[in-house]
Design a binder for this molecule. Sequence first.
Ligand SMILES: *Cc1c(COP(=O)(O)O)cnc(C)c1O
Length: 394
Amino acid sequence: MTKRLEWVQQELDGLKEAGLYNRIRTLESPQGAWLTVDGKRVLNFCSNNYLGLANHPVIIQAAKEALDQYGLGPGAVRSIAGTMALHLELEKRLAAFKGVEAAITFQSGFCANLATIPALVGKEDVIFSDELNHASIIDGSRLSGARIARYAHANPADLEKVIRENAGTYRRGLLVTDGVFSMDGDIAPLDQLYEISNRYDVMLMVDDAHGEGVIGRGGRGIVDHFGLHGKVDVEVGTLSKAFGGVGGVVAGNAQIIDWLRQRGRPFLFSSAATPPDVAACLAAIDLLEASTELVDTLWENARYFKAAMKEYGFDTGHSATPITPIMLGEAPLAQQFSRELFDEGVFAMALGFPTVQKGKARIRVMISAAHSLSDLDQGLTAFKKVGLKLGIIH
Ligand SMILES: *Cc1c(COP(=O)(O)O)cnc(C)c1O
């Protein structure tokens, strides 16, 4: 190793010594209730495949047909020659599904945030940001050059205080929050945030990555959940969680969407999702519009699992969604719990600092409509066994 690169090995060694080096497991099967992981069949409690669409036969068929009709690559960035009829159809259908004027798609939810925030605010502006917002909101905010004023998590009173403290110091204001917070599964108080954004005349943006396909009528997301149609300026979303594919979306006010087609840099300088991705997402919307069955099953599964875990004596935090944290305290305990579960044939991630605060390490269980009742029972049995063994429950 050359001298100028020695620091890399030192950094990696440092992570390993601190127990923070992430050893990523390899999947040898499609996403679903069960996975083959490092050669072992395990029950899957890790993925964001809320509705089981990642490997759904209708979705796969749609992607195959798009491959035959449009081929694989979009061939260019969309603003030059990469916008296909399929991309525009998806945007129309997403806008209709969300009940908004217009939508624009991106390569991912991460890109959607990187595109949107710098297009809305710049150096003379301020962003009011929930302290637990997703990394892509933080990065998009930094990229914009706007001042970032953080407020206490999901706390409208603190938000109002921060807005007042900044009064008169900015040109435009943008209030931005996750809709569903992925570590705790709690929902942002969007109705109250809307009132405040209105009172102080700041733009309102919500990132609904974990809410789409999950909350609201038939999975229409957080704006629908609170009945705030037409009131939220920008709704960011992902097609990689409940929708089962890959891609990002921004939905909302028609002028903002038009502006993003002119100024959203990942739209202008990076190629679009491929035709099979887009067709898969269209098929996912068809399924969601045809029936609420998958969303209903997801919630039934989540309620069943949470109730049993509480009855066993686990602390499942304050989630209001199918995201189920099992609070354990210190990171090494959470890691040990996860390893023991894996030995029992259950794949569930331990999350510790810096993903969550120190002392708030946990196992995060992601419930899916793909789980059968017997899958859930099998998972519960494993949790109970490991919980008793490690003295978490009695
Ligand atoms: C997962 C997630 C993203 C990123 O979505 P991708 O489509 O995977 O890039 C963005 N924001 C939030 C809040 C998320 O949970």
